[in-house]
Design a protein around this ligand. Sequence first.
Ligand code: NI
Length: 272
Amino acid sequence: MSETTLQGLFDFFWADYSVITPDAPKIHALLNGRGETIVNDHIAFRTFNIDPIGVEALGSAFTAFGYSTSGEYHFEKKKLRALSYAHPDPMLPHIFISELLTGEFSAELQDIVHGLVAQVPAGRTGGDIFTDLPTWAPVPFETYKRILEESEYAGWLSAFGIRVNHFTVLINALKTFGSLQEFNDWLKVEGFVLNESGGAIKGTPGELLEQSSIMARRIPWKFAGGEMHDIPTCYHEFARRYADPATGELYRGFIAKSADRIFESTDSDKAV
Ligand code: NI
């Protein structure tokens, strides 16, 4: 299956994500009920730094539609590298793609990961990699647990393959909330669980970006042999951007130390 328009690709992502992240359509419905129109700030993906699914290869699905790289980020402790992409049309979401630096992990983890990536058919590029789900056959549950011991990020990726990790509501576009704090308070009243790692709000107005997220929920997921286990899936994120004094325009980048904490929204010991 191949999506030939950018909107078609975005629709595909939302359809897939909203099924495994039931909190996201629930939050959107609640916001719509307040008369809000939702603008998506960014869509985030996770991958391994191995051909043919490295960051640049996945990014080509978006550069083909006029996106260009807007930043590069490094996460030393989690052993990740990421690129962000922006489009000249400010109404289109930013794209954030991170990749695991696979070579920095144990030989056992590297072998497992190479076995997964080898299942991606040769010649697959760009959008085809996203839309050909599942990316690889279900892993044995024991393998998933083994990978989690080394990297929560790699464990998530081994189970879910290449698919959206999160969509993000742009708080600036909401009319009935004065701040991200006010929005977070409302989420709590509505019964959602926030990622409190490093405080619920990551980033400051001075850094030009404030972010928060809910914790991923556990849903039943299929492993090798048809075994079902409840594991953390995806989360929903919220971002408020500030004007960059240098340009007068909304800041388009990301803050590495904030993203570092946001990654923990899928941690298996904290998921709800
Ligand atoms: Ni994000």
